[in-house]
Write a protein that binds this ligand. Structure first.
Ligand code: ADP
Ligand code: ZN
Ligand code: MG
Length: 477
């Protein structure tokens, strides 16, 4: 049904800046604002007449950091504006935001498309603004909590560059990871620290002009974003197929009904009457300040990926897993520093360690096996002291008991490489399996499997396979 149409998607993402205080006053923000309702309030964020806002320097620094991480241009001068509308959770009757002169402009995030290609999703702008409060409805009563009013946000607006739910998902993942990596925002969607508005339109495949877009507001989970996009693609293509037209409107995602619903149409769209915020001077940044923030920037995930691909010959996929977040990256690098071979470290981390952690719903910082332990395990396999099979057992044991790999290795019999012992077992195996031995001698290379298997059983899996193979070959030459 949707194959005749091309979807076009642009995202507007609000991230809550990880500043300890609000955007224009000293009231606590973020985790520090987890107080009883309306306890994190002062005349400024409660909108008392005559109270004057003061710009939060830490929030400005975080916005600049974010802009640099998004490859954006940082505007030396940006201007705060009032966005006027009436709502019970907006005490001043306007929101302080930035309109035509935002702090960041342009930029892009590199994402993977469905066919594994790399694609730049362009960013239009990112601007500073304050959050509104929260309305709660309890029975017949409506309550307002203003603890969130005035909390600093950065709104990041993308160009309509995404062409599928998967691309939007990858863009969102990339953006969230950059925000967390730079410690600009905790970006925890469950806590509302990252909220997404999806803009979506359809056009006939190959068309030159975009169709009419619909905006789906305030999505607060990855799943909701994906489900809402897929629902909207199906809904809009259904309308277009029947010769209908798409109305420009704002919709909401109804999780229970698994559907989007109209919130307001273009006719009832708000007129915000933007005008410059008279109580705040333009935000002017010095070139030195921007340079200072830039100089303190850690290497970004994309830079790390490129470095890993180059220095350790990792595939794009492997490098991606090692840079999923800063902690995984640190773990991987610590293992290498302790002497682990890179590809082996990737395999253990990506499958065994992250697999177990995911199952236990834990982060890598909670891994019972430290990176040095992993390195010891990898080195023991590499030197032939233990087989991979034994290494897996030691790993499981270390994970469950919390004992160190080094200690467990001391008590592990290790791999048997003693040629005299292996030769004795190999002779027995040949005597027990004359048929396999004859076949091997006659040129059937696969017949060696039965002989090796026999010795493995005798050695309880500890025979060094490389040495054993050599011995059997010699005996049957
Ligand atoms: P508005 O005037 O409604 O605010 P903007 O042009 O400012 O619209 O764009 C808002 C968001 O919608 C941006 O993320 C942008 O990429 C996206 N967008 C704009 N036009 C379209 C379209 N035709 N289809 C999908 N997304 C679009
Ligand atoms: Zn306040
Ligand atoms: Mg707009």
């Amino acid at each position: 049904m949707t194959k005749d149409f091309q979807s076009v998607i642009g995202l507007e993402i609000h991230v809550q800046l990880a500043s300890a205080s609000k955007m224009f006053c000293a009231c606590p923000s973020g985790a520090k604002a987890a107080l009883p309702p309306n306890a994190a309030l002062c005349p400024v964020c409660a909108g008392h007449p005559g109270a004057l806002p003061v710009t939060n320097a830490q929030a400005v620094r975080l916005a600049v950091k974010a802009g640099l991480g998004l490859n954006a241009q940082i505007n030396r001068t940006s201007v705060f504006a009032r966005k006027n509308y009436f709502y019970p959770d907006l005490p001043k009757g306007y929101q302080i935001t930035q309109d035509d002169k935002p702090i960041c402009q342009g930029g892009y995030i590199e994402v993977q498309t469905e066919d594994g290609q790399s694609k730049k999703i362009n960013i239009t702008r990112a601007h500073l603004e304050e959050d509104a409060g929260k309305s709660m409805h309890e029975g017949a009563a409506s309550l307002v909590d203003l603890n969130r009013a005035g909390v600093p946000l950065l709104e990041i607006v993308s160009e309509p560059d995404m062409r599928s739910a998967a691309e939007a998902y990858n863009y969102l993942t990339g953006l969230k990871s950059i925000m967390q990596w730079l410690e600009v925002s905790n970006a925890d969607m469950e806590k509302g620290e990252l909220r997404v508005d999806v803009n979506l339109s359809l056009m006939p495949k190959g068309a030159a002009e975009f169709g009419t877009k619909v905006e789906i507001k305030n999505l607060n989970s990855f799943k909701a974003v994906k489900d809402a996009i897929n629902y909207e693609i199906t809904r809009q293509s259904g309308v277009l197929k029947e010769g209908g037209i798409i109305l420009q409107e704002t919709r909401l995602w109804n999780e229970d009904k698994n559907a989007t619903e109209v919130m307001r149409s273009k006719e009832t769209a708000r007129e915000y009457r933007y005008f410059p915020e008279q109580d705040l001077p333009p935000l002017v940044l010095s070139a030195e300040f921007i340079e200072e923030v830039k100089a303190a920037l850690p290497p970004l995930p994309a830079q790390k990926r490129a470095q890993y691909a180059r220095d350790y010959n990792l595939s794009a996929y492997d490098a991606g897993v090692m840079t999923l977040n800063k902690d995984i990256c640190a773990y991987f690098e610590a293992a290498l520093k302790a002497g682990a071979q890179p590809k082996a470290a990737v395999n253990w981390i990506a499958t065994d360690i992250l697999g177990k952690l995911n199952a236990e719903n834990k982060e890598i910082t909670q891994s019972p096996l430290p990176p040095q332990g992993l390195a010891a395990l990898i080195k023991a396999v590499e030197s032939g002291k233990i087989s991979t099979k034994i290494a897996k057992e030691v790993f499981t044991n270390a994970w469950q008991s919390g004992k160190s790999v080094e200690e467990l290795l001391k008590n592990t019999g290790g791999q048997i490489s003693d040629e005299g012992q292996l030769e004795a077992w190999a002779k027995e195996a040949i005597a027990d399996n004359p048929k396999a031995a004859a076949e091997f001698k006659a040129g059937n290379a696969k017949a060696i499997g039965a002989l090796v298997g026999n010795v493995m059983k005798k050695s309880q899996g500890k025979a060094n396979p490389a040495v054993l193979n050599k011995i059997i070959n010699k005996l049957l030459a």
